[in-house]
Each structure stands twice: as C-alpha cells, then as structure tokens.
Design a protein around this ligand. Structure first.
Ligand code: NAD
Ligand code: WQD
Length: 337
C-alpha cells in the first residue's frame, strides 16, 4: 500500500480525498494544524472507511515535523492542500496568506525532495484565470493579475513548483485547478465547516435554509449572463476528491520530470439564480433571498474546459449539481443538532 502525505487532510477537500485514497488502496498520512478543521473529522474518516491512518497535528511549514513524518514513513506522494483560503480575509490580512500559503509549499517541496518523494499534487484554483477571455476556459488561457492576495498565492505557488521542477531531474507534479467545490459526503459524516459568516454561496444558502441566516443576497443581477447573475462551474467535492487518486495514477506512470496544470470542473456553468432554483426544487425548501449589489472582485462567468482531465487522467465529473446540493443540505442538517 503506497503512503500519501496529505497536508491539510482534515479540511473540506482533504477529508473527502482521504476517503477516496483509502478506497483506492492508498494510505493517507495526514498533517494538519487544525487551523480550519476539527479533530473529530479523524473519527468520522475512520467511521466511513473502517481504516486507521497516522495523523500529525502540526504546521506543515515546520520542516522538523515534516522530516519526522518522512523518517517515520516511506512516502510515495504528497497532496498539498494546506493553505488559508478565505478570499476576503486575504485582503485584510495579506501577510498571513503569503506567509502560510507560500512557506508551507516551500517546506513541502524541500523536505519531500530530500526524502526522494517526488510526486506532488498541488491544490490550485480557477482563480488564476481571473475573468477569462474565452469560455469554457482551458489550461492554456492567460494567467491574470489576481484580484486578491489569496489568488496571488495560488499563482506564486504554481510558479514556484514549475521553477523547482525545472531545476530537478525527477520531480513530478500536477497542479489541479479546482473550480467551485460544493457538496458533502453522501454519509453526511463529513462536509464543509465554514468559519463565521460563510463567504461562499452554498454554505450561505444551507445556513439560510436552516434559519441560521435571515436571507441570501444574490450579488448582482445585471451581468451579461442568462439571467444577470454570475456563472460558475460547481463541482461535487467527491468527484473532485477522486481526481486526486487519478492524478497519482498518472504521476506514478511518468518517467520524466513533469509539471502540468489540469482543470477540475464539470465543464458546465450555472448561474447563481439557477443554483438557488435547483436547491429549492431538490430539497423542497423555499429560500429567502434578495438581489443585492455586485461583490467587488467577482468575475462575471467562469467554467472549465475539462477535456485535459479526461484525456490525461481519465477523470470526469459524475455527480450532478442537484446531487451536490442535496448532500450539502443533508450535511447542514447534521450540524444543527
Ligand atoms: P480547508 O480550510 O477546509 O482545508 C485546509 C486545511 O489545511 C484545514 O484543515 C487547515 O486546518 C489546514 N491548514 C492550513 N494551513 C496549514 C498549515 N500551515 N499546516 C497544516 N495544516 C494547515 O480548505 P479546502 O476548501 O479544503 O481547500 C483545500 C485547498 O484547496 C486549499 O489549498 C485551497 O486554497 C484550495 N482550493 C479550495 C477551493 C474551495 O473553494 N474550497 C477552491 C480552489 C482551491
Ligand atoms: C459563487 C457565486 C458570487 C455568496 C471562490 C474563490 C475562488 C475559489 C472558489 C478557492 C459568485 C455568488 C456568493 C453570496 C452570492 N476558491 N454569491 N451571494 O467567488 O466563485 O470563488 O471560491 O480557490 O478562488 O474566489 O465562489 O462561492 O464565493 O461565489 O450571490 O452570499 O455566488 O457572487 O457569483 P467564487 P463563491
């Protein structure tokens, strides 16, 4: 069984990915400082999978801890999820974002390479495209000046990995550019745990639906789109998690240094109002919402050309937006108790 180090493995995408790794016969070894996750996620992961796995509660920027992990386990690959991800907070606390998101990557690159572990999957984001010139957006599209320090960290991290690989004989990496992950595990045992008022659409909707928030504000209805609200590519987090398994299958087959960016999205864009309507139909809940002003920094429309993922990884999304919204809602209902 190959060991995969999963930084940030207790978080939203990381926890779902650990389930898929185990189900694919890979052994996750998690390092997470629990800055944005909870210790009970570990029990939930064990409940879902029936497996046990090593967990280190630590900052993965700490090279001493990373060295310890690599000395205690023979690790064949790393998924680097660990990062701060709140776009708004990154504007008010940019140094926190540059410090954590960049330094954690530098430590992971240095220590993994020292221990001859040269397969890295990195969590990037469609945020690197900004407002794309062409839709659907493919991986050759221009990388745009980021709207936020968070977005800048993703662009810098991609560049750091590319430069590092050019300097190496064997290091291989896939930069997965996630579109908008939503949904939760169908068991309702793991899901997204937003801190404070959610900035993201779906957690705000589920919190509104259960009465924690009074109403959803739809940010703008005069964009040049089907109904005036913004368009995004909403991808079920379980589909997204599976892409990481496929990424390792690909990396383990490569014999040359490689660094390639791959979009992970459904290929279909939905508007905010279409998503709201799908949520209402799928759950039977009437959502209290109003149209409000545009949110600064929002792009009008972005959705993936996902053919590279299909060609290189043999991955494509399987679950629908409706599946994801039902799973998010079921997860939200467990949090109320
Ligand atoms: P999350 O906050 O739920 O998970 C991140 C995990 O990393 C948390 O458990 C946190 O405690 C941990 N962490 C943060 N800094 C750490 C450090 N220095 N050392 C150890 N642990 C640390 O976020 P997520 O939604 O699961 O996102 C995972 C990755 O995917 C991030 O890199 C994020 O930028 C990227 N991403 C997320 C989205 C999204 O919408 N959720 C979209 C695109 C890309
Ligand atoms: C989705 C749509 C909003 C909240 C962010 C990051 C991006 C990536 C994914 C990490 C937009 C609208 C939202 C609300 C609304 N993360 N909305 N009312 O902004 O597409 O992407 O998460 O890499 O980098 O920027 O996601 O969920 O915030 O918004 O109308 O209360 O919902 O305007 O059109 P976004 P989101």
């Amino acid at each position: 069984m190959k060991n995969i180090l999963v930084t940030g493995g207790m978080g939203y995408i990381g926890s779902h990915t650990c389930v898929e790794l185990i189900q694919a016969g890979l052994q996750p070894i998690i390092i997470d400082n629990l800055d944005n996750s909870e210790i009970w996620i570990k029990d939930r992961l064990e409940e879902i999978t029936g497996a046990k796995f090593p967990f280190y509660q630590a900052d993965c920027a700490n090279k001493d801890v990373l060295e310890q992990v690599f000395q205690e386990h023979k690790i064949e690959g790393v998924i680097h999820f660990a990062a701060n991800k709140a776009v708004g907070e990154s504007v008010s606390a940019p140094l926190k974002y540059y410090n954590n998101n960049i330094n954690s990557l530098l430590s992971v690159l240095e220590v993994s390479n020292k221990y001859n572990c040269q397969n890295l999957v990195f969590s990037s984001s469609c945020t690197v495209y900004g407002e794309p010139d062409m839709l659907p957006v493919d991986e050759n599209a221009a990388i745009k000046q980021a709207e936020s320090p968070y977005g800048s960290t993703k662009i810098f991290c991609e560049t750091i990995i590319q430069d590092f690989i050019k300097s190496q004989k064997n290091y291989k990496s896939i930069l997965l550019r996630y579109f908008n992950p939503i949904g939760a595990h169908s068991s309702s045992l793991i899901g997204e745990l937003p801190l404070g008022v959610p900035g993201n659409l779906v957690p705000f909707i589920t919190q509104t639906a259960c009465g924690l928030r009074e109403k959803l504000t739809v940010f703008g209805n005069d964009y040049n789109t089907v109904d005036g609200s913004c368009i995004r590519d909403y991808i079920h987090v379980v589909d997204l998690a599976k892409a990481h398994v496929k990424a390792f299958e690909y990396l383990f087959k490569q014999t040359q240094p490689t660094c390639t960016a791959i979009n992970i999205g459904t290929g279909v864009g939905y508007s905010v109002l279409q998503l709201v309507q799908t949520f209402e139909q799928a759950t039977g809940v009437n959502l209290n919402y109003e149209i409000g002003p545009k949110r600064a920094g929002d792009v009008e429309a972005v959705y993936a050309n996902a053919t590279k993922a299909k060609q290189l990884l043999n991955w494509e999304s399987e679950l629908t937006m409706e599946d994801a919204l039902i799973d998010s809602w079921n997860w939200q209902k467990t949090l109320e108790r």
